[in-house]
Write a protein that binds this ligand. Structure first.
Ligand code: HMN
Length: 288
């Protein structure tokens, strides 16, 4: 399960419906052009929290059907409705997804006992492995080393997608849990995380910059840090432009400029203005 995983974006039509043809093209682009090791499906970048349960299932089905066993697949099933999370976990497991992931439950400021119970409840009901999805900036849920240790006591919890700029905590988790999988979640910090010996990374910008992410990761593993820093520099030039222009919309426009039918984002995410679409085309020409 090591390596570079794209946090897959999803193609929606003008009315917010899943565009199956476009989604298949995005999957193919990631496998054939970006050559990533796996896909993280229905994460933040897939607009998971803007979709109905039926739409999420449709995405799981289409992606698995397109991928077959070409690359590894992780299904993000976290939902505030715990019954839905269990149902999605069972659904993705039956489809053959290699592992599950679930965002920490958010919005109601759950205490740690509640967070732990959420993961254990999902895992009691499904025969699959779990990667904790920790993204404090969006969920407001921060966990310390002892709390990660408690979650890791469940043998089915095999790792964490660590999307935080806290390299002290990342190093402590790596040191304490050499056998758990740690995936770096911020693409702009990939090199720093790779130096701390993470097992891989999961990121949105890999949809358009996966090849460079693979280079950074491989160079860091070979301790070729100066070369890795050069690739991270170009990567961060691109990421800075993407973030300034609108994250997911710009990734979609960059893909469209390369002939991939990446569609639109779901409301309330807004459309890019014409100027910003032109900016994205320029990024495609310059970086892709
Ligand atoms: C997902 O769940 O879709 C991703 O794994 C999330 C991932 O960590 C991304 N975070 C967000 O989009 C909030 C990053 O790839 C991020 O987009 C990138 O580092 C740019 O800041």
């Amino acid at each position: 399960m090591n390596g570079i995983y794209t946090a897959l974006i999803c193609s929606f039509d003008e009315n917010g419906k899943v565009n199956e043809k476009g989604l298949r093209e995005i999957v193919r682009h990631n496998i054939d052009v970006q050559k990533v090791d796996g896909l993280y499906v229905n994460g933040s970048s897939g607009e998971n929290f803007l979709m109905s349960a039926d739409q999420k299932k449709k995405v799981f089905e289409i992606v698995k059907d397109e991928v077959k066993d070409e690359v590894k697949l992780i299904a993000q099933v976290g939902a505030l409705d715990i019954d839905e999370a269990v149902e999605l976990a069972q659904f993705a497991t039956d489809l053959g997804y290699d592992a599950l992931s679930a965002v920490t439950p958010f919005y109601y400021r759950f205490d740690f006992e509640e967070v732990k119970d959420y993961y254990n409840t999902i895992l009691e009901n499904v025969d699959n492995k779990m990667i904790i999805y920790s993204i404090p900036a969006l969920t407001g849920v921060s966990m310390n080393l002892e709390q990660f240790a408690e979650l890791f006591e469940n043998e089915k919890v095999i790792g964490v997608k660590f999307t935080a700029p806290d390299f002290f905590l990342l190093e402590r988790i790596r040191h304490a849990f050499p056998d758990k999988l740690i995936y770096s979640g911020f693409d702009e910090m990939l090199l720093s995380a790779a130096v701390l010996n993470v097992d891989g990374a999961i990121g949105s910008t890999f949809n358009v910059n996966g090849q460079r992410a693979k280079q950074i990761y491989a160079l860091a593993k070979e301790s070729r840090i100066d070369e890795a820093r050069e690739v991270q520099k170009v990567t961060n030039d691109l990421i800075a432009e993407i973030l300034a222009n609108g994250l997911y919309q710009t990734i979609k426009e960059i893909l469209k400029a390369q002939g991939v039918d990446a569609g639109y984002c779901r409301k309330p995410m807004k459309r890019l203005t014409e100027d910003k679409v032109e900016n994205a085309k320029a990024m495609a020409a310059k970086y892709c």
